[in-house]
Every structure is written in C-alpha cells, then in structure tokens.
Write a protein that binds this ligand. Structure first.
Ligand code: NAD
Ligand code: MLT
Length: 335
C-alpha cells in the first residue's frame, strides 16, 4: 500500500491488514456505485467495471497494482490471480459465501477474504418462493403459451402448496426464511442441516429430520447450502430414486449441488415433475446443459437470486464499509 499508515491489526484468521489512507481498490465485477462512493469517501482510489466483469487475463494483468479487490460471482479469484497480486491485502465478496475465491491460496499469501452474509438473504429467499409458486402453477409455461396466442386452460393444471411437504436442505439464513414463508402457505416444513441444532430448527418452525427423510417425504425440495465436497451432486440419480414420484426440485443456492444429467433423466422419466434452477454447474450454462434448460418442466433464471436493487445496494454498502474498516485496521467483519 502507498502511504501505509501506522497501525497494523490482526484479523480473525490471523491475517495482517495494514492501515492505509489511500489504498487502491479494484472492483472487477460491476457493482452498485454506493461501494465506490463509500470507498472514495474513506480516501481510497477505486477502479470499477461498468457493465461486464474483467476477463481472467485482464485481471491478472491489472491486479498487481491493487491493495484490495471487490468481486461478485463473475470473477474467479484463483491461485494464478493471487500469484499476480503482489500488493493485495483484501478480497471482499459482495455476496454470500466465498466459493469463487481460492481460500488456501489467499491464506498462503496472507490475503484477508471477506463476504457480506445476510445482505441478500431476502432477495434470495423471495426468488426461491417465487420459483416454488411458479413451479406449482406452471406460470412461465402458461405465460409463454399466452404470448404465442394460445388459451391452454387444460394444459396447465397446477398443484396447491397447502398440505404439501417442503424439504429444506440447509437451514441458514435463506433456508430458515423460506421455511417460515412456506409455513404461512400451510406447508409442512422439514429440514436437514448438520450444524443447526434440532431446537434451533424447531424454533424456526422447521422439523429437523435426517437427510434420508428429505428425499422420502418431500413434495418440494429446496436447496440452501454452499457448494462443498459434501453438497456437490447431492441431488443425483441415487437420491432422486429415493424421492416421491412427482417431486419438484428448487435450486437457488449453487450450481453443482444438483447433478444436471441425473436431474434431466429424472425429468424425462417423470420421476421429477419439475425443477426450478437459478444456478448452474457452469454459468452461463454450456451447450450440453441446453436440454435441461429447454425441458418443458424446467423453469430457470440466470442467477438472479441477489438481483434486486435493495440487495445490490446492501452488498455494495456492506463490502465497502468492511473493506474500508479492515484497511483502517479497526474492524474485521465478514471474514
Ligand atoms: P448460510 O451460511 O446462512 O446457510 C447455509 C447453511 O447450509 C448453514 O446453516 C450450513 O450449516 C448448511 N450446510 C452446510 N453444509 C450442509 C450440508 N452438507 N447439508 C445441509 N446443510 C448444510 O447461507 P445462506 O445465506 O442461507 O445462503 C445459502 C446458499 O444460497 C449459499 O450457497 C449462498 O451462496 C446461496 N445464495 C445464492 C444466491 C443466488 O443469487 N442464487 C443469493 C444468495 C445466496
Ligand atoms: C450470492 O451468493 O451472494 C449470489 O449468488 C449472488 C451474487 O453473487 O451475485
């Protein structure tokens, strides 16, 4: 950092961030201008992207100049990016989780990594409810048929939520919020989370069950976990086989939690009556995912879970304040 100031502080992971009055901050994904305003008002120099994320090559060429990096989902902060980041002290993710950042590579180089948990909970939970309802009533398909000039009343027989069981995998901020709202629709809400206690789940109105019961009992399964070695391909041929006939799957969490080929086979066989997908193993989905996206029982959105004005403002504001505080060496939030 240029003009490095006096104090140095130790973050929660034992990583040192040195205070600076004028750090150089790169936002390699487009971000709400609130982040730029806050960082500049705290004395930092900020470079932003207008519309598109930086390519990996552009990022590697530029990153050596910067003390802090702000990303959303588009930028993958891989070990080779870290290798080029001679001055980097902090990576701040304007979103939930840090799965697009190579944490071992960051830790090895003493780079602090932070995220903004909670800032987009409402947005992601609301999209999930929208997906559950749209799936149950075939809304996107009916809209498409109206636009094509048809009046297909018989084709779009729906299914009520009241009286149905929703199985939530992951009972963190979003999972618990979705659970609360599903209860308001008269659904039975069951959930699995290896970390959440039975009491905490029950306090949120969710019956804590083993994972096997999620597959066996749910009419709708909604995923709300990070992508980890335990959750990768969690919904697969084997687990789908254990599900009720006509199960509906919702993934507004992370691509890769659902095995896309196995889901397509379950949709083709009719085992799975529908799927709502906001996220994909690879984004945008490659040509080999086209059959899944095009399947008549699949509704999908291009990773819109956090795409509300309110959530984008909140994540931008949170990440900017967190980075500025860490650069000052005063607070280490979201690490
Ligand atoms: P959170 O950290 O509050 O909750 C995640 C929960 O998953 C935790 O309670 C954790 O114990 C649980 N979990 C971890 N491994 C598990 C496993 N193997 N089985 C069951 N549960 C497990 O996170 P959150 O804010 O609720 O976010 C949930 C997911 O949604 C994250 O992957 C996040 O990145 C994603 N998300 C997506 C969007 C979007 O744009 N689609 C927006 C926001 C969040
Ligand atoms: C998140 O995890 O916060 C989201 O997937 C949204 C995003 O990265 O834009």
């Amino acid at each position: 950092m240029r003009a490095a100031a006096a104090a140095a502080s130790t973050g929660r992971r034992g990583i040192r961030a040195t205070a600076s009055a004028d750090a150089r901050v790169l936002c390699s994904d487009p971000i709400h201008h609130a982040a730029v305003d806050i960082l500049r008002s705290r004395g930092h120099e900020v470079t932003t992207m207008d519309r598109t994320s930086m390519s990996k090559e552009e990022l590697i060429a530029a990153i050596g100049e910067y003390d802090a990096l702000v990303v959303r989902s588009g930028t993958k902060v891989t070990a080779d990016v870290m290798d080029a980041a001679a001055s980097l002290k902090i990576v701040g993710r304007a979103g939930t989780g840090v799965d697009n950042i190579d944490i071992p590579a960051a830790t090895k180089r003493g780079v602090l990594v932070m995220n903004t948990p909670g800032a987009n909970t409402m947005a992601a939970a609301e999209l999930t409810m929208t997906m559950i309802m749209a799936l149950a009533r075939n809304i996107p398909q009916a809209v498409e048929s109206m636009k094509a000039g048809r009046w297909d009343r018989k084709l779009f027989m729906g299914s009520e939520l009241a009286g149905k069981t929703v199985g939530l995998v992951g009972l963190g901020r979003i999972g618990r919020t979705v659970g609360q709202w599903c209860r308001a629709f008269g659904m039975t809400v069951i959930g699995f989370d290896p970390v959440m206690s039975k009491e905490a789940a029950e306090a949120a109105g969710i019956a804590s069950v083993p994972l096997s019961a999620i597959w066996e009992r749910s009419d709708f399964i909604s995923l709300h976990t990070p992508l980890t070695s335990e959750t990768r391909d969690l919904v697969n041929a084997e687990t789908l086989k254990q599900c009720k006939d006509g199960v509906r799957i919702v993934n507004c969490a992370r691509g890769g939690i659902v095995n896309e080929a196995d889901l397509l086979a379950a949709l083709d066989s009719g085992k799975c009556a529908g799927a709502a997908l906001d996220v994909f193993r690879s984004e945008p989905p490659p040509p080999e995912s086209a059959a899944l996206v095009a399947h008549p029982s699949v509704i999908s959105t291009p990773h819109l879970g956090a795409s509300t004005k309110e959530a984008q403002l909140a994540v931008a504001r949170d990440v900017a304040i967190q980075i500025a505080d860490a650069l000052d060496g005063t607070k280490f939030v979201g690490v």
